[in-house]
Design a protein around this ligand. Structure first.
Ligand SMILES: *Cc1c(COP(=O)(O)O)cnc(C)c1O
Length: 408
């Protein structure tokens, strides 16, 4: 971004998210020899810390140069054989692309259409798996947070449904826009491949595929017959155990990821989730109570704590809101993708963010909407959000001081 305007350009998209100064500083290093004997001092503790973010003790972490999409591919080619069956629900651009990838890689994807604004329905998963008596379905996929529509699916409920059906399928979860922002429990929910990327909750630039895989997925890997090379797990397993990589790693990104984990643990992982929920609730107050507009997410069960997709009135164009916000107010809002293009715009509220930054998003979106002829009351968004945040922060501060006293 050329600096033709003073002050901060606000990024209110659901990734890439803001990169904190500490992470920028951690990346700002000269080249290091990737085979030097000190590299394991960086990588071995890093794997442990990344596993903590996934809430996994049993899992194995893989870090590939790539992005979330690369981690999708790695999960598929390392665990599956040609024409094997996968169950996936399609309810937004990201679940769509993932389903499409299964097909393009030669798998038999049973893609179930769901209304955009909803997510993976646990009760239907249970029914489908119970009917699959000869266990043709090898993988069940959940996009934990559908970034296109601002919908969070309940992975725990899906796991319960799989257990209720007593079905042995692997569980794959796309957590690209949820892991490190919304609660995720790899081991407890028996997730087999958890997929993430660097530029969302982890607050890094894009460029790294971050994934955690279960022992069961590693077993499946031994029998998987899809062709693979660069994204293969075996070469990683062979070198990662000593703290190295099969090919040149992005050392500045590894150092940045370590700093990201440090920041997450200093705040406390649960506090990170609470902060995301609190900021999201305030944004939702602005949308629903202040502006009296609708979310794309159909009901509170699906509300996402990392991104909100706002439906503009039918005779208005969300693209105009986006361009006005960008050009006039120096604010990037998220666009509506494919089926909801022009119908929604998105506010991403994840990563390195606090209430006052989110206030700027609300104010910028509100001004851009009014400029675009959308009938919202000036100041109504921030009035609703700030009323909520004042009280929520006060309650959180009380809880904090009580727990501090208990410690003292
Ligand atoms: C961003 C995103 C992706 C794609 O990740 P890239 O890093 O752009 O490859 C996949 N799934 C979800 C849910 C996302 O939000």
């Amino acid at each position: 971004m050329s600096r033709t305007h003073p002050g901060r350009f606000h990024i209110a998209i659901p990734g890439p998210t803001n990169i904190p100064e500490r992470i920028l500083n951690a990346m700002h290093i000269s080249s290091e020899d990737q085979r030097n004997p000190e590299i394991p001092n960086l990588t071995i503790p890093l794997y442990k810390d990344v596993k903590k973010v996934f809430k996994s003790e049993k899992g194995s972490v893989f870090l590939f140069p790539g992005s979330g999409t690369g981690a999708w591919e790695s999960a598929i080619i390392n665990t599956m054989s040609p024409n094997e069956k996968v169950l996936i629900y399609r309810y937004g651009q990201f679940s769509h692309l993932w389903a499409d990838m299964f097909k393009r890689l030669g798998l038999d994807a049973e893609v179930v259409e769901r209304e955009w604004g909803t997510g993976t329905p646990p009760e239907e998963v249970e029914k489908t798996l119970k009917n699959d008596t000869d266990h043709k379905i090898k993988v069940v996929c959940v996009t934990q947070n559908e970034t296109a529509t601002g919908v969070t699916s309940n992975v725990e409920d899906v796991r319960k449904a799989m257990d209720a059906a007593n079905h042995p399928a692997l569980l794959f979860v796309d957590g690209v826009s949820s892991i490190a922002s919304i609660d995720f429990r790899m081991d407890e929910w028996k997730v087999d491949c958890a997929i993430s990327g660097s530029q969302k909750g982890f607050m890094l630039p894009s460029g790294m595929a971050i994934m955690c895989v279960s022992p069961k997925a590693l077993e499946a890997h031994k029998k998987a017959e899809l062709k693979r090379c660069y994204y293969s797990w075996e070469d990683q397993i062979a070198t990662n155990k000593d703290g190295y990589f099969p090919y040149t790693p992005q050392i500045p990104m590894l150092r940045a990821l370590q700093e990201s984990c440090n920041m997450i643990f200093e705040e406390g992982l649960e506090n990170v989730f609470k902060r995301h929920h609190r900021i999201a609730e305030g944004v939702r107050k602005a949308i629903l109570e202040g502006w009296q507009l609708k979310l794309c997410a159909k009901d509170p069960y699906w509300y996402s704590d990392t991104v909100s997709a706002i439906v503009v009135p039918e005779d208005k164009d969300a693209k105009q809101v986006l361009s006005t916000a960008f050009n006039k107010y120096h604010l990037s809002l998220g666009a509506g993708l494919t089926e909801v293009a022009g119908k929604v715009f998105r506010i991403g509220h994840l990563g390195d963010l606090n209430e006052l930054q989110a206030s700027a998003f609300i104010n910028g979106a509100e001004m851009a909407m009014i400029d675009s002829g959308i009938n919202v009351k000036p100041g109504s968004g921030i009035a609703a959000a700030s009323e909520y945040w004042r009280k929520a922060l006060e309650n959180d501060a009380k809880v904090q001081s009580i727990s501090n006293k208990e410690v003292a």
